[in-house]
Design a protein around this ligand. Sequence first.
Ligand SMILES: C[S@@+](CC[C@H](N)C(=O)[O-])C[C@H]1O[C@@H](n2cnc3c(N)ncnc32)[C@H](O)[C@@H]1O
Length: 242
Amino acid sequence: MRLDEEFDRAAGRYDLLTRLNPGYHASLKAAATDLVRSLPTGHLTLWDLGCGSGLSTGALVEAAGPQARIVGLDASAGMLAQALAKDWPPGVSFVHAPAQELPAVAAAEVDGPADGVLAAYLLRNVHAEQRDEVVAAIVDQVRPGGWVALQDYHVKGDRRAAFTWSAVCRLVVTPLAAITRGNPAIYAYLRRSVLDNDSTAELEGRLRRAGLTDLRRSTPRGWQRGILHTVLARRPLEGEVV
Ligand SMILES: C[S@@+](CC[C@H](N)C(=O)[O-])C[C@H]1O[C@@H](n2cnc3c(N)ncnc32)[C@H](O)[C@@H]1O
């Protein structure tokens, strides 16, 4: 299965399905707000990795203001087409590339490292053996003292969360995808990829190994409690002992 092609097929229904997911937009907004509040005020430069149809990019614009420089990156041309069809402030741009190519792409898109990076629902979609490499590339694109926010579903190691996730997929996600004529393959993949995703401890281990510090993890109220997790982490200053 080519994931970028499956997201291309899902792109037209993506925003509709997220509107049917209670808490989706509020959680993106919370992650973007927490990221921006961790940064100094001023004209920020931010990456939105795995920006998809631009929902997370919109959350960053709302949090950082219309003067921010924000680059959305995504591997799916179809998802990016949805993003590009929306209205954006002049500082927002999009690039079609896999996150694995971030080091090569970044030089052409931004002048130097960014203040912050948001990656909502990205790392789960990167092969497990490439995740450390992608995390290292993310850290490389953040200036010392800058922050990273990762948001995704993590249920491994938590039987109750895994059970709830499977039930939500069986009783809600799969039927809704059928009713709205969404791409069934991507929703079958969604269920499996969440069950297989890193545990929160594994994710935090990756972030620490990449040199990040001050990790802060949160989970929302509602059905996503214990399933959706947002981790914020800081790149230490030059010479800082952590
Ligand atoms: C579930 S969507 C999330 C989109 C957006 N961040 C949001 O919160 O609405 C995941 C996105 O990650 C993209 N993606 C998956 N693997 C990727 C990779 N290796 N590099 C870049 N984008 C990737 C997909 O194309 C898809 O648009």
